[in-house]
Write a protein that binds this ligand. Structure first.
Ligand code: RP5
Length: 153
């Protein structure tokens, strides 16, 4: 049986997949089981609602939400779950991703979304694992090893 997902990844379009590959690769390297869905806050709001509302019950501990342009996805997901959300603003052709970044990071008081850099898919994976590591010593060791390797170059 496949391991139960701890991280949920949602993205607004299949066009986000190439960038989000850096996120899934990092989670795989860390041994973090994840589930992934493509569902836009604008094009498929009902799907987003259903997925986000059931996330905690499915066993997820943290959600990574990636979207571009008027990037409401992370905030909409945050509206439907008490799990922590890490947003990944996508680089865009018209405004270079500033549109995505500002849409995502400027959440109103009371509905937080943590936000990594434009295209920061790998950091989202690391941050999500760090959240898991607050209660899981195994993931804490994984992060400590990762940081040690990075320091050694
Ligand atoms: C957002 O709009 C997606 O997250 C994507 O980054 C952007 C463009 O989507 P496509 O037009 O490529 O499907 O919803």
């Amino acid at each position: 049986m496949a391991e139960k997902a701890l991280v949920g990844i949602i993205m607004g379009s299949k066009s986000d997949l190439p960038v989000m590959g850096a996120c899934t690769e990092q989670l795989e390297e860390f041994g973090v089981p994840f589930e992934m869905i493509i569902a836009s806050a604008h094009r498929a709001p009902d799907r987003v609602h259903e997925w986000a509302a059931g996330a905690r019950e499915r066993g997820l501990k943290v959600i990574i939400a990636a979207a571009g342009k008027a990037a409401h996805l992370a905030g909409v997901v945050a509206a439907f779950t008490s799990l922590p959300i890490v947003g990944v603003p996508m680089k865009t052709s018209d405004l270079g991703g500033m549109d995505s970044l500002l849409s995502m990071v400027q959440m109103p008081s009371g509905v937080p979304v943590a936000c990594v850099a434009i295209g920061g898919a790998k950091n989202a994976a690391i941050y999500a694992t760090q959240i898991l590591a607050t209660t899981d010593p195994g993931y804490a060791r994984v992060i400590e090893d990762f940081k040690r390797n990075m320091a050694e170059g």
